[in-house]
Design a protein around this ligand. Structure first.
Ligand code: ACO
Length: 275
């Protein structure tokens, strides 16, 4: 039972939830136990008032070395199709949950990120990594295709030739290359990573949270829409957001036009005040 809890740990500090893969001895490989624990942690944090941003990182030298080849593949396969499907539901389930999470999310990739790790990598809205990190679609190296959404992530984030090379060659790339290719927003020395992620999280904490959720969903949704569909979706998404916060944008206009206390082109309005 202790293991169930310990495979994922978190702390909430200054409205940032720092969630950690916590199997450093196994390079944070995602076992069914870890997958269940992560869903529990995401559940617990999603609607807490004292959480404004979630950061997902790893304990030790890995972010995550992907699926646990022994516990996720071999041991569940031994239980037959039922075992395989259950394990898939549990892992894909928390990645999906994270893709549509209520709060903004940031992947802070501190080290190894392989295979199944691309699921949570893509699920996070933003991603920052250490120059020292290594990313790879290593599936081909042990004889399978990049499943569990990993091929889709590569195609979503990389140009065709790079996606094909990455998937077929199974060569790891370093953090700087991952940033050049667009797998992450930025790569910087490991020693500077947490400070940079903290500063990005603090900027997000200043924004209107209803607008942030509408924005992150919109960016994920419109990709497969025609222009007209997207135009319509965005009108309706804003109108739906208004049902949760109908005053925020009016206050944003007021502080700029009437009060002249900030410039929207340069930063966010003060959401703690209502005129
Ligand atoms: N599944 C199960 N166990 C793992 C995994 C994994 N994905 N990754 C690491 N481990 C275990 C190792 O078996 C080892 O266990 P042991 O101490 O009981 O022998 C322990 O973690 C440490 O691993 P090392 O290989 O000794 O660590 P090292 O730092 O030298 O190398 C590296 C790290 C490169 C990440 C290496 O462990 C590795 O290649 N792991 C597999 C990466 C991978 O291909 N993952 C699967 C992707 S495909 C998918 O997710 C569907």
């Amino acid at each position: 039972m202790a293991n169930d809890v310990d495979t994922v740990v978190f702390e909430v500090k200054d409205r940032i939830a720092w969630v950690r893969f916590n199997r450093p001895d196994k390079r944070n490989a995602m076992s069914p136990t870890l997958n269940r624990a992560m869903m529990d942690v995401l559940d617990e944090l999603e609607f807490r008032d004292d959480v404004g941003v979630l950061v997902l990182t790893g304990e030790g030298s890995a972010w995550t070395a992907g699926m646990d080849l022994k516990e996720y593949f071999r041991e569940t396969e031994a239980l037959g199709l039922k075992g395989t499907r259950k394990a898939q539901r549990e892992s894909y389930g928390w990645w999906r949950r994270l893709r549509w999470y209520q709060k903004p999310t940031i992947a802070m990739v501190n080290g190894w990120c392989f295979g199944g790790g691309y699921g949570p990598l893509f699920a996070c809205d933003l991603a920052f990594c250490a120059d020292e990190a290594k990313f790879g679609l290593s599936e081909i190296n042990w004889g399978i295709l990049p499943g569990g959404g990993a091929t889709k992530v590569a195609v979503e984030l990389l140009p065709f030739r790079k996606a094909m090379y990455h998937a077929m060659l199974g060569e790891p790339i370093d953090g700087k290359t991952a940033a050049d290719w667009g797998l992450v927003n930025e790569s910087l020395p490991l020693a500077d990573l947490e400070a940079r992620v903290t500063s990005v999280a603090k900027v997000l904490l200043e924004k209107n949270p209803v607008a942030l959720k509408a924005t992150k969903d919109a960016v994920r949704r419109v990709g497969i829409m025609t222009y007209d569909e997207a135009e319509d979706y965005l009108v309706r998404a804003q109108e739906a957001a208004n049902s949760y916060d109908n005053d925020g944008r009016k206050e944003g206009i007021r502080q700029f036009i009437d009060e002249k206390s900030y410039k929207p082109g340069l930063g966010a309005y003060d959401k703690s005040r209502r005129g």
